[in-house]
Design a protein around this ligand. Structure first.
Ligand SMILES: Cc1cc2nc3c(=O)[nH]c(=O)nc-3n(C[C@H](O)[C@H](O)[C@H](O)COP(=O)(O)OP(=O)(O)OC[C@H]3O[C@@H](n4cnc5c(N)ncnc54)[C@H](O)[C@@H]3O)c2cc1C
Length: 467
């Protein structure tokens, strides 16, 4: 509990916000406090002083003004899915955008304007009415804001680029309370920084995305292979990625067979290798031929490949990451996937602490690599792969074992890393400053200069340090 003095400060901040916000102001005594402070990751247990649930940009301006006057620690909440729980802070102010859900699609201009509380499922639903997409993440419940500001790896990234590559402009409230539009022409420094280095620049209230024609049906590969052949399948998969066209975005998962009624029960929850790939164009013979090398990697356990609605694809795995369970992630970008790296991965995968835990390798290149290395703050354009080691569990008694497994597996993979790590896959306690070099590489200095220019008093400095 806060001291009397701290309590008085918190009340003054809450009163200041109540007098000026259209949205709800939630303090420790509010009946909705417990729900409002919870984020997706049940491992996170932070108790902010006040949550300012903004209803629009004017509320964000007021929340930033209140922060300038009262100087609490500030965190910003988009979809609340960052594994590290960076959307919430202890004893500070949460600027919560999760109720800002507006989406407007302009099909003739092929653009969508989306507010910062929108999730990928919500955006896809609107853009797919017009057979259009902006490349998003692979789980529909994640927020567009955090994911885009950190880069955005997804099922069609080799065809259409990272999520941040489709941003045409964004609206941001900076520390001085000014509402700015950032694009290539206006505020180009913010526009550069926000695409991959967007933590702690200010509060982004909406994004304008360029859209690409895709869907409603998309062709994809989903093949489950027996775990005994894991190394062999990984090697064959890697070789197939070398020649995959840009229309194909391959990934491979070391995971457990889902308890899906379409799959024989005796296989449920057993270790397997899952090969996935999506074709970023119309289904048909061209798609089938382009996907064939991903599909034909030896005799499978099950082949579930086919054509599905894009919105189904984007939400197919969401149920496997339920709210409130416990999670920890770490990742490496990699230039290549050597046989030794594969052996190491399979060795660590075989020690996975729970069936919910997994290792995912995503393939970059294509449109991701066509953007110049210094065109945006995202610092990993030349990486061929990202490997993420994702621990998931329910029982708090497993906290140490699960986090320990992910950390040790990550350490074991370090010799094969490009040295880069993905900000969006950083877990609890990963907010140490040494992470920054690995995340931003040679862009770190320019990012610091931009942050200092727009936030000289460091209002968002804690938010910038968190992943
Ligand atoms: C189940 C799951 C699947 C995922 N799959 C993918 C994937 O396929 N591809 C991928 O690239 N990533 C993926 N991620 C990682 C994801 O990109 C990050 O968790 C991302 O931060 C989520 O964004 P959010 O808005 O939900 O998060 P939040 O926790 O709300 O925010 C994350 C960070 O961004 C900051 N932030 C949020 N909104 C704003 C804003 N409006 N203005 C300024 N700063 C803001 C926050 O302060 C925080 O530091 C996945 C995560 C999970 C949990």
């Amino acid at each position: 509990m806060p001291s009397e003095q701290a309590e008085a400060r918190e009340q003054a901040l809450a009163e200041r916000l109540r007098s000026s916000l259209r949205g709800e102001v939630i303090d420790r005594s509010h009946p909705g406090y417990e729900e409002a402070r919870a984020v997706w990751n049940g491992l996170i247990d932070r108790r902010p002083a006040v949550i300012a649930r903004c209803a629009g940009t004017a509320d964000v301006v007021e929340a930033v003004a209140a922060a300038r006057e009262h100087r609490p620690v500030v965190s910003i909440r988009g979809g609340g899915h960052q594994v590290a729980g960076s959307a919430v802070c202890d004893d500070g102010l949460v600027i919560d955008l999760s109720h800002m859900k507006g989406v407007h699609v302009d099909p003739s201009a092929r653009t969508a304007r989306a507010q910062a509380g929108v999730t990928w499922g919500e955006l896809d639903r609107e853009t797919q009415l017009h057979g259009l997409v902006t490349p998003g993440g692979e789980i529909s419940a994640t927020g567009i804001a955090g994911l885009t500001l950190g880069g955005g790896l997804g099922f069609v990234m080799r065809t259409f680029g990272l999520s941040c590559d489709s941003v045409r402009s964004l609206e941001i409230v900076t520390a001085d309370g000014t509402v700015r539009t950032a694009s290539r022409e206006e505020e180009p420094d913010i526009f550069w920084a926000a695409r991959g280095g967007g933590r702690g620049l200010g509060v982004v209230t909406s994004f304008e995305f360029g859209l690409h024609p895709l869907g409603p049906e998309v062709a994809g590969v989903l093949v489950l292979h027996p775990y005994e052949r894991a190394e062999e399948v990984l090697r064959a998969w890697r070789d197939a990625t070398y020649t995959a066209p840009e229309t194909v975005t391959p990934e491979i998962l070391l995971w457990s067979v889902p308890a899906d009624p379409a799959i024989p029960q005796e296989l449920h929850r057993s270790h397997c290798v899952m090969v996935g790939a999506v074709y970023g164009g119309p289904p048909g013979d061209g798609a089938t031929a382009a996907l064939a090398p991903q599909r034909e990697l030896g005799p499978p356990l099950m082949d579930l490949s086919g054509t599905v609605p894009y919105v189904t694809l984007q939400s197919a795995n969401t149920w496997r990451f339920p709210d409130g369970e416990r999670y920890f992630m770490k990742s490496h970008f990699m230039e290549d996937l050597t046989d030794e790296a594969i052996r190491t991965l399979v060795d660590w995968d075989s020690r996975r602490p729970t069936p919910e835990s997994l290792i995912v390798i995503r393939t970059l290149g294509g449109a991701v690599a066509r953007v110049g290395p210094d065109d945006s703050a995202f610092a990993h354009r030349s990486a061929r792969y990202n490997v993420s080691i994702d621990a998931g569990w329910r029982d708090p008694a497993l906290d140490e074992a699960a986090i320990g497994w992910a950390r040790s597996a990550w350490d074991a993979m370090k010799p094969f890393s490009s040295g880069g790590t993905y900000v969006n896959f950083a877990g609890l306690g990963e907010d140490a400053s040494e992470l920054r070099g690995a995340v931003f590489g040679s862009h770190e200095e320019r990012l610091e200069r931009i942050r200092a220019a727009y936030d000289p008093e460091g209002l968002f400095a804690p938010a910038a340090r968190r992943p």
